[in-house]
Design a protein around this ligand. Structure first.
Ligand SMILES: [Zn+2]
Length: 205
């Protein structure tokens, strides 16, 4: 079956694999399910799944609040679980799907895990290790990771925007920052409103 590659997906220069695009959306929906579970727990809604040979081997969702652990990002949780299941830190056959562009810590964890491939949803232009540093394709490092971004971007960004818009007045310091990072200024979620957009642009403090 011919699969049309979604033109909205932005592919890193060292990576193009058209036939995987349908699977990419399938697994990103599973990552979104994890993000929604985080949302329900009052955590910043980011979710991840780790896939090897078409099989989900681990799932993760942001759980910093519940654990009090600053490293409990969705990606790290999934990498830890996947490595534990595999019995090795080497995850060179695995693809990690995550709803938001990874931070420096998580991208570094992917390099250390020798991850094969990363697929993420929405960008994080103020905190993303790829947007800011091109960390996963820097050939000075001893490992590079194939990257595909923009899969289900609007849904991934929309979940974050919705989360922070409903928490206004709570931890607004973090909320404002992340809102402005994720989803850029053109892509909004499934239930955007102009007033919400304006509020998100309000500077903190
Ligand atoms: Zn992270």
């Amino acid at each position: 079956m011919k699969v049309d590659f979604c033109p909205g997906h932005i592919v890193d220069s060292n990576f193009v694999e058209e036939p995987e695009s349908i699977n990419d959306e399938f697994f990103m929906r599973m990552a979104l399910d994890e993000a929604k579970l985080a949302y329900e727990k009052g955590e910043v809604p980011v979710g991840a799944v780790l896939v090897v040979d078409g099989t989900v081997v681990a799932r993760g969702r942001n759980s910093r609040e519940a654990t009090g652990d600053p490293t409990a990002h969705a990606e790290v949780v999934a990498l830890r679980e996947g490595a534990g299941a595999a019995g090795t830190w080497r995850l060179g056959a695995a693809t990690l799907y995550v709803t938001k562009e990874p931070c420096v810590m998580c991208a570094g964890s992917m390099v250390n895990a020798r991850l094969k491939r990363l697929v993420y949803g929405c960008p994080d232009e103020k905190g993303g290790a790829i947007s800011l540093y091109g960390l996963l394709t820097d050939r000075r490092l001893n490992h590079t990771v194939e990257v595909l971004r923009g899969v289900l971007e609007a849904e991934c960004a929309g979940l974050l925007k919705d989360f922070f818009s409903t928490r206004r007045g709570g931890r607004a310091d973090e909320g404002v920052g992340l809102e402005n990072r994720c989803g850029g200024n053109s892509t909004v979620g499934s239930n955007p409103t102009p007033s919400a957009t304006e509020k998100q642009k309000k500077p903190e403090g």
